[in-house]
Design a protein around this ligand. Structure first.
Ligand code: UDP
Length: 242
């Protein structure tokens, strides 16, 4: 059994996704592993959860796009609290697990994993929205075998993940000092990292990031809930009311 640290940021309104995320994770996600949830939030109730596998830390609410762009700063700041973990996995707040998922499904013996973006997995690289400003450290050249990953679900062996976090955070800061914010924020930077470190990544199908309102012919392993239209989802016979 491995210790898996799930990194979960929910500031402002995003607290409302936590309960269903947690319930569906406990039921379906890495059920043979010891999961620990690291919550970064400004929600008072979530900061006071009393559970030995839920660890909450205060994270102030920031203006867009900093909650997403500066996620790596948070992970680096708290890296000592992940000390006992074997793996770290970042999950966007609005994910909902819908099918059983094992560690092998994610890693398949690689050090890191990332997920194909559901909006681009069937598109040619010309359509990818990589950063195109050559002055940005997220600038990524399009090649015939390029892929486009989403920012919302990725992970790695602890040290590989933290190394990636440090490099991306540094790239984001260097861009910022040149007054550059990459077009899709952290997503542009992680795409650059994946492209340059392909051999280290297991790349997951968009089944692991299936937007709630999409209709594509693949399994819905993880549903990305619409943020604007918050609804109830019937899941394994249980009605999750958001
Ligand atoms: N987030 C947050 N508070 C905010 C905005 C974003 O906690 O006010 C976190 C949350 O974990 C969210 C992630 O940043 O899932 C990505 O932001 P968002 O969902 O807006 O981006 P998307 O991936 O949908 O483009």
């Amino acid at each position: 059994m491995n210790k898996i640290g799930i990194l979960y940021i929910c500031t402002g309104d995003y607290w409302k996704f936590w309960e269903n995320f947690y319930k569906s994770s406990e039921e379906l996600f890495l059920t043979n592993e010891e999961k620990h949830y690291f919550l970064f939030t400004d929600n008072r109730e979530l900061l006071n959860i009393n559970n030995e596998r839920i660890h909450s830390f205060f994270q102030e609410k920031m203006d867009w796009p900093y909650p997403t762009l500066y996620r790596y700063k948070t992970f680096i700041k708290y890296k000592t609290v992940f000390q006992d973990m074997d793996y770290l996995i970042f999950c966007n707040a609005n994910l909902l697990f819908n099918e059983k998922i094992s560690r092998n499904d994610l890693f398949a013996n690689k050090e890191l994993f990332a997920t194909l973006h559901p909006g681009f997995f069937d598109k040619k690289p010309q359509k990818f929205t990589y950063e195109t400003n050559i002055k940005s450290l997220a600038y990524t050249e399009k090649k015939v075998d390029s892929i486009y990953v989403c920012g919302g679900f990725n992970g790695g062996i602890k040290n590989d993940f933290l190394k990636m976090a440090e490099i991306l955070d540094d790239n984001i800061d260097k861009d910022f000092s040149e007054s550059i914010i990459a077009i899709w924020h952290d997503e542009s930077h992680i795409n650059n990292y994946v492209q340059n470190n392909k051999e280290k990544f297991n790349i997951l199908s968009p089944s692991f990031c299936y937007p709630q309102h999409y209709s594509i012919d693949i399994n819905k392993k993880i549903i990305v809930q619409d943020k604007e239209k918050i609804i109830s989802i019937k899941h394994k016979g249980v009605f999750y009311n958001i």
